[in-house]
Design a protein around this ligand. Structure first.
Ligand code: SAM
Length: 283
């Protein structure tokens, strides 16, 4: 290091040592399972495809493994952490990130990303707390803020549901809504032992790119109601599960077999059913 250079990211102690020196133990209430292996964190950042010139929102930086990898890659980072115990560790990363790391202490479920970003486009890259992973994803898929891309770690079972195709047991309402709104795929699988403390289940990273052609808000709201009915009784035929929406006649009006079951229908068929139903309502 030259005499006038500030501290470098590479000067930081290992994540394990940094956490131990703070005396912080994982709190299950906040879904805390940490990634100590920086190479795994760097791989997530590579999969996210973010770097110099990109703004990234990271939810739940915790001790900051992924944050360090994002900072190394050159991105501008806004890190939202609910647990104040991690703030000193995050400040140490910020001191080495040339002003590219802003730390926000707060609950990501409550935060208004648009206000935070002030019209700047941003990518999401996060190892999400599992207990609020799905509500956070719904907020980002359906809410007013549109991330440029989403690279997110979920428990494997949730990741499988997001990418599942019709006919698979994991295929359901979450698959339909996610796939109507995004091009989505799994980019990494991680065993439970990759985390400290290890969770009970394995994990996977998904990457989602929001599609430009997006149903409007009224259609999305109706799609949520219709898929809730269809998958609420997934073993029933559509004529029965969609009775409140017009059942057999709704299906037949757009050439869908009323004796089919929800799990066999592709996402676009649910959108077509939703649009046909809205027409019957005069919308
Ligand atoms: N990114 C770190 C890593 O990979 O090692 C930690 C990931 S840990 C699975 C989830 C993190 O999210 C924890 O630091 C936890 O405190 C934080 N968290 C939990 N609920 C949150 C919320 N509602 N808003 C913001 N952060 C939250």
């Amino acid at each position: 290091m030259s005499a006038d250079a500030g501290p470098a990211l590479s000067d930081l102690p290992s994540l394990k040592v940094a956490l131990q020196s703070l005396g912080v133990v994982a709190d299950k209430r906040f879904g805390q399972h940490f990634l100590f292996d920086l190479n795994v964190c760097r791989k997530i950042v590579r999969n996210a495809g973010v770097g110099v010139g990109d703004t990234v929102v990271e939810v739940g930086p915790g001790p900051g493994g992924l944050t360090r990898a994002l900072a190394e890659g050159g991105a501008d980072i806004i890190a939202i952490e609910r647990d104040a115990r991690f703030l000193p560790l995050l400040e140490e990363i910020a001191a080495r990130a040339d002003g590219r790391l802003r730390i926000v202490h707060g609950d990501a479920l409550e935060i208004d990303e648009q206000a935070l970003l002030a019209d700047r486009g941003a990518h999401l890259v996060s190892n999400l707390p599992y207990n609020v992973g799905t509500p956070l994803l719904m907020k980002w898929l359906l809410g007013p803020w549109r991330p440029l891309s989403l690279t997110l770690m979920f428990q494997k079972e949730v990741a499988d549901r997001l990418v599942a195709l019709p006919g698979r047991s994991a295929y359901g309402r979450l698959s339909v809504i996610a796939q109507i709104l995004c091009d989505i795929r799994t980019v990494m699988d991680l065993p439970a032992r990759a985390f400290t403390p290890p969770p009970k289940v394995d994990s996977a990273v998904i990457r989602a790119l929001p599609l430009a052609a997006r149903p409007d808000e009224a259609e999305l709201s109706a799609l949520q109601s219709l898929t809730a009915a269809a998958f609420g009784q997934r073993r029933k035929m559509l004529r029965a599960s969609l009775r409140a929406f017009g059942g057999a006649s709704l299906c037949e009006s757009i050439g869908i077999d009323p004796s089919a079951r929800a799990e066999t229908l592709p996402p676009e068929a649910f959108l077509a059913l939703t649009r046909a139903w809205r027409k019957t309502q005069g919308d």
